[in-house]
Every structure is written in C-alpha cells, then in structure tokens.
Design a protein around this ligand. Structure first.
Ligand SMILES: NC(=O)c1ccc[n+]([C@@H]2O[C@H](COP(=O)([O-])OP(=O)(O)OC[C@H]3O[C@@H](n4cnc5c(N)ncnc54)[C@H](OP(=O)(O)O)[C@@H]3O)[C@@H](O)[C@H]2O)c1
Length: 323
C-alpha cells in the first residue's frame, strides 16, 4: 500500500512516500481504508525528534494519529464493516497510509451530514477543545483569551467559548488568521507578533482575561500568563513555540491564578471519555453549531509540503492529507 514514512528525525524532507505492507489488525482491532489523515502540530515536532510529552517513536515510522475512512475486512463485527468512521490509530501512528489499524472500541461513526474532512479535523482537536472547555467551566460574561485562535484547536476553542457566553479575544500572528478568528466569534482580535499585544488584551478585557487557553507556550505563553486577571484561570494545552509556559507555583498562588493542565484529557488516560467527546464534536458539527476549519488539504504523497506549511504558520485552520 502507499504510505509516507519518517525516515529519520529532521525537517519535512524526511517524510518520504513509498510502498509498505498493509498492517495486520490484532485482536479487537480493525483495518480502516483511510480517506483523510489529520495532522496534529505535535506530529511536526515529533518528526523533528522533539517531544513536549508523548514518547518518541523510532524511525523509520509511518506517522499519523488520526484517520477518517471506511472500515474494511471481515474481522470487524457489530456492523462496523463498510461504515464511515473517524478514529485514532491503534498506537498513535500509521495514519499516513492507505490502510491503518484501529481499536474497534475506539471507532466513531461519522454522521451523514459531516464530510470525512470535517470529521478528521474534529477527531483530536474537537475532543481536546471540548475537554478543555468542560474543565475550564466558563461562566457567561467572562473574558477568554485564545492563543493561536485560527489554529486547528484554537478555531474550535473560540467557537466553544463564545457559545458558553464568553467575550472572546483571539490572538494570532497574521491578518488572515485574525479575520478568521473574528468570523468564528472573537469580539476582539490581537496580533501577538507585535509589541505591546498584552496591553491591547488588558484594555479589551478590562484589566486581563479571566481565562487563557495557552497552546503556544514560550515567551508568548508567559506574557499571556502575566496578563491574566488576578483570580483567573490559565489553561495550558500546548507548546507550539517549542517550550511550555513556565509558571512557578508561588507566583500563580500569589496572584490567585489557577493553572489547569491537560493530562486527564489524553486518550490513553481516558479512552472512553475521549471517544465520547469525539461523538459530541461530530454531533455539534452535524447540527451546525461547531465549524471545523479545513485550511488546506494535500495529497498523501505531499505530506512533506503539508508539514512545511504547518511549521511556517502559513495556513489558518487544519491541514489534512487526502489519501
Ligand atoms: N490538537 C489536539 O488535540 C491537541 C492535544 C493536546 C495538545 N495540543 C497542543 O495544542 C497546540 C495546538 O495544536 P494544533 O494541532 O491545533 O496546532 P495549530 O494551532 O493548528 O498550529 C500551531 C499554531 O501555533 C502557533 N505558533 C506560535 N508560535 C509558533 C512557532 N514558534 N512555531 C509554529 N507555530 C507557532 C501558530 O499560530 P499563529 O501563527 O497564529 O501564531 C500555529 O499555527 C499544540 O501545541 C499542540 O501540541 C493539541
């Protein structure tokens, strides 16, 4: 079958298309004919040999933690064979290929009203966004700052925070991205690549956001923490800048800021909870209440170009591979 492999850790060029054997499902697993493979930002970091948390695989490996497609093969039971599904791949790899193995217990049926591209865009990002918003317990009228507000996860957080009744500030690095964040529900948008951006956030929020969703980390995350209102919440879910936001417990305590983590949302910690949130995200999309933003699609063989585009921060929304 066709697949893309990471031949060694490095830049996008280490992603090489070729032929590999079709994987064999084990007990309780099924084979999925992949139509869409999603790319998470963390997969670009892992390809470089950097991990903000998940263990590093050993190259060569087929990347791809989430796919949308059709269940194939007689090993699938309970009526799954032939159904449109979206699912995490069995060990978090193997999705950038024509066929991928998934645990049957993790399969999620895709409603007819939801295209497979949208389903793939919602698999990880939708589940994570719903979990983060559940944990943050947003109250109507609160001011919420979303970093990377036009990203895969950020674009969903903007919509969910708005739906919860918050005043949303969307922060991103380009006019095009800020425009998207505004369309998705951000009342205020701020370009955080410009000096003085936290001043604008403080002005827009009457002194500082009550809640920050931090997916960028590093200096930007640190500045966002410093802008957070006294008594607010700082929800950390990523480090796309390359380093997590460093916050000493005593300085958070001194300002009464609660730092919320993401560990309990990881699929491995709570597979059933993660699966339930995927179903919820798809139902919200089918009802027209949640809009995944597919920024750009690439053919499978162009996975290297897809990674390069993501790392260059060039496209708003989600980047997907069409198989
Ligand atoms: N998706 C999930 O389910 C999930 C789960 C757990 C954790 N996370 C974490 O959440 C974060 C967002 O994930 P995502 O997949 O939705 O990615 P994404 O937001 O679509 O892409 C990452 C974004 O980070 C921003 N960014 C800021 N500094 C950057 C830098 N130095 N280099 C590259 N990008 C930079 C860019 O937006 P601007 O150009 O607007 O700055 C970029 O588009 C990641 O840190 C990821 O590891 C995601």
């Amino acid at each position: 079958m066709r697949a893309v492999r990471v031949t060694r850790f490095g830049g996008p060029e280490v992603l090489v298309a070729g032929d590999v054997p079709v994987p064999e499902p084990g007990a309780g697993q099924v084979l999925v004919r992949v139509e869409v493979a999603e790319i998470n930002f963390v997969e670009t970091q892992i390809r470089r040999g950097f991990t903000p948390g998940p263990p590093l695989p050993e190259p060569p490996y087929v990347p791809g933690g989430g796919v949308a497609g059709t269940v194939v093969g007689a090993d699938a039971d309970e009526g799954w064979s032939g159904r449109r599904v979206v699912v995490r791949t069995a060990d978090g790899f193997g999705g950038n290929a024509e066929f991928a193995v998934a645990d049957q217990a993790q399969l999620v049926a895709v409603p007819d009203a939801v295209p497979l591209t949208d389903a793939a865009a919602l698999l990880n990002d939708g589940s994570t966004a719903l979990g983060l918003v559940d944990n943050a317990k947003i109250r109507p009228g609160e001011h919420v700052l979303v970093e990377a507000a036009a990203g895969g996860l950020g674009s969903l957080l903007v919509q969910l925070a708005r739906a919860a009744g918050a005043h949303v500030v969307g922060a991103a690095s380009s006019e095009e991205k800020l425009e998207l964040a505004r369309k998705l529900g951000a009342e205020t948008v701020v370009d955080y690549s410009r000096d003085g951006w936290t001043e604008r956030v403080r002005e827009a929020t009457g002194g500082g956001p009550d809640l920050v969703f931090d997916g960028v980390g590093g200096a930007l995350g640190r500045a966002a923490f410093e802008a957070t209102a006294r008594g607010g919440r700082f929800s950390v879910h990523g480090a796309s800048s390359g380093g997590v936001t460093e916050i000493r417990p005593d300085e958070a305590a001194e300002r009464g800021v609660t730092v919320l983590g993401i560990e309990q949302l990881f699929p491995l910690s709570d597979p059933e909870g993660a699966r339930e949130r995927v179903e919820r995200a798809l139902a919200e999309a089918a009802a027209g209440r949640l809009r995944p933003v597919v920024g750009r699609t690439f053919p499978l063989a162009d996975a290297a170009a897809a990674h390069a585009t993501m790392e260059a921060r060039a496209v708003p929304g989600k980047t997907l591979l069409l198989v």
